[in-house]
Design a binder for this molecule. Structure first.
Ligand SMILES: NC(=O)c1ccc[n+]([C@@H]2O[C@H](COP(=O)([O-])OP(=O)(O)OC[C@H]3O[C@@H](n4cnc5c(N)ncnc54)[C@H](OP(=O)(O)O)[C@@H]3O)[C@@H](O)[C@H]2O)c1
Length: 244
């Protein structure tokens, strides 16, 4: 008798306590993966962990701030080598600011979470064969709005970071996903109560006729993670936003 054993995928999602990271965690857990979701809020992670508890995969939570190198060092020392690492961490607080009122410290926080943090992940993560890193940029790089200069710059830089690390870290694959507007909790910070109207207006302009859902991004991330021939790629999942 042959007993076939397959090792479950081991995946770390920094930012996995909500939004598209949580949708990715749910898809992976449904596939039987061992998923670690990390973020700053233990409460948010616990809520997400309970939502994912029904398996068939497993979920663990880890309080870690992507801007703190010691947190990431500890995270990967605890976990050992993994198959895939995904960064969806971002905090939009203070991210949008007109240049006339530019505050450098707010910009530094944004750069720290979206650009330096993923670079620290690349430094500390350890991968099994076939491993991948996926970063999350965004449509703001390609359709910038007034007040969004730093968001555009950081998202644009993530593409270059992905190209460079794909060369430096190969055979580990490094890719970047660029979402359009997706209805996640980050919008409560970006737009507050104006969110619904802003989403409605954009939906009428997009070729697909709707705003993105976290699952749209999660499924595209799975493709980047699992296809062994994709590296150094920016995948746009934006409902055609770059065309309008
Ligand atoms: N939603 C959109 O329309 C859109 C469009 C383009 C690009 N994006 C990008 O997509 C990514 C995912 O965003 P989302 O829409 O899914 O938003 P979200 O639901 O707010 O998810 C962001 C997650 O990141 C975590 N986080 C924030 N700062 C962190 C830090 N310093 N260290 C570790 N975790 C941190 C947050 O949890 P804690 O607060 O507990 O840490 C939160 O769970 C972000 O990079 C965002 O910029 C989003």
């Amino acid at each position: 008798m042959t007993i076939s054993t397959t090792t479950p995928e081991r995946v770390v999602i920094v930012g996995g306590g909500s939004g598209m990271g949580l949708a990715l965690a749910a898809a992976l857990v449904a596939d039987g993966a061992e998923v670690t979701i990390a973020g700053r809020s233990a409460e948010r992670l616990a809520t997400a962990g309970r939502a994912l508890a029904d398996g068939p995969g497993t979920v663990r939570t880890a309080v870690a701030d992507i801007t703190r190198e010691a947190d990431l060092e500890r995270l990967f020392a605890d976990l050992g080598p993994v198959d895939h690492v995904v960064a969806t961490a971002a905090d939009a607080t203070g991210a949008y600011q007109p240049v006339a009122a530019f505050e450098a410290d707010l910009a530094r926080s944004l750069i720290s979470a979206k650009l330096i943090g993923p670079t620290l992940l690349a430094k500390h993560a350890r991968f099994v064969s076939g491993g991948s890193l996926t970063f999350t940029s965004g449509i703001a790089a390609y359709r910038p709005a007034p007040g969004g200069a730093m968001v555009a710059a950081v998202n644009g830089a993530l593409a270059s970071l992905g190209y460079a690390l794909a060369i430096e870290l190969g055979p580990v694959r490094v890719n970047v996903i660029s979402p359009g507007w997706v209805d996640t909790p980050i919008w409560d910070t970006i737009a507050g109560p104006a969110k619904i109207e802003r989403h409605r207006q954009l939906a009428t302009r997009l070729p697909v006729g709707r705003i993105g859902r976290p699952d749209d991004i999660a499924h595209a991330m799975l493709a980047l993670m699992r296809n062994p021939f994709i590296t150094g790629t920016v995948l746009h999942v934006d409902g055609g936003h770059r065309l309008v």
